[in-house]
Design a binder for this molecule. Sequence first.
Ligand code: CND
Ligand code: ZN
Length: 365
Amino acid sequence: MTTMQSAVLRGPDPMQVESIDLGAPEAGEVLVRVVACGVCHSDLHSINRAKSGPLRTPVILGHEVGGIVEEVGPGVTSVKAGDHVVVAFRPNCGQCYFCLRGDLALCERPDNPDRAATGARPRLHSSGEPVLQGVGVAGYSEYTLMPERGVVKVRDDAPLDVVCLVGCGVTTGVGAAINTAKVHAGSDVAVIGLGGVGLNIVQGARLAGARRIIAVDTVASKGALAAKFGATDFVNAAEGDPVAAVQKIAGGYLDYAFEAIGLGVTVTQAFNMVRRGGTAVVVGVVGQDVTVPGLAFLGEKKLIGSFFGSARPQYDIPRLIDLYMDGKINLDDLVSKRRPLREVNEAFADMETGEVARSVINPRG
Ligand code: CND
Ligand code: ZN
């Protein structure tokens, strides 16, 4: 049994740092010492769901983890103590219909360590009370316990407090452009919402050889930031209709538009930005119905979703880290702020201003 410090969400109130008990790794499990955990908007969605009621608590959030293997349970062969790893928050089973088809992000039976929610025995406790692993990880903690398929060994020379972001935002964003949409060279692209996810869609489109990449946000400072990731133009959506503004820059409609916020209204904007035959990709977590003009489907417009960048984590995560180490993608400018665990609530307050790309939490800071 290990006792660790974790930021625990118990309902509508801010997270509090508490002592949490964690069992030793069992068969097929890996105990990871968390070096750094990024702050993703999906956790803000969870915090907001806790405020309005439907989220099960107590829960430890945080799913963008870079860490070092502390101990492995019986039968684990792909990693050993001391290995550097990035956590893949949706471990895939490798056996279901979707895994066999190669669509690992769609795995039907993720071996999710959110065990109390799935009926299995919970692994984290607070004075005997079970605590959930939010999005299956619990990264705002000194340690996390993952199934083997939920950790990916990465090269030792990559800084874990940067490449932790490959655990969600980078893989989700770059993957949405390259794996899901398969942006083609020379195409015109818009990205609506320039947080940690949207900025990575921008650089995914750049890697794919897009001609124009029009970045859209309501926060003016995001324009200069998006340029560092390959955006060719910026539209401030606070200053008027972004669909008309994007079309003016592009001289017409686009081939691809990505929504990376999680709002119905911006999904509609993305759909209206693309030309006949074009593709609007919803990456944001949209908790509401979406309205689009039905006749546009006669023009063979496509409206598609993207989950975790349609990634195959064991393949995509090391490859993205190589691209970073070779200077081909920019991760350094994603880290706007570093904070200790006790400031995790302030990191979410920063996110709500829209000014930061990503904050990174150091659980031992
Ligand atoms: P973050 O909050 O960092 O960024 C959102 C950005 O959108 C900010 O820059 C805002 O200023 C901007 N914005 C807000 N409203 C508007 C608007 N009306 N028009 C233009 N810009 C606006 O969020 P993030 O990048 O961490 O996450 C973005 C979404 O992606 C969010 O819904 C998150 O839950 C989701 C996501 C999806 C997946 C997946 O697998 N599909 C994985 N991780 C996160
Ligand atoms: Zn995320």
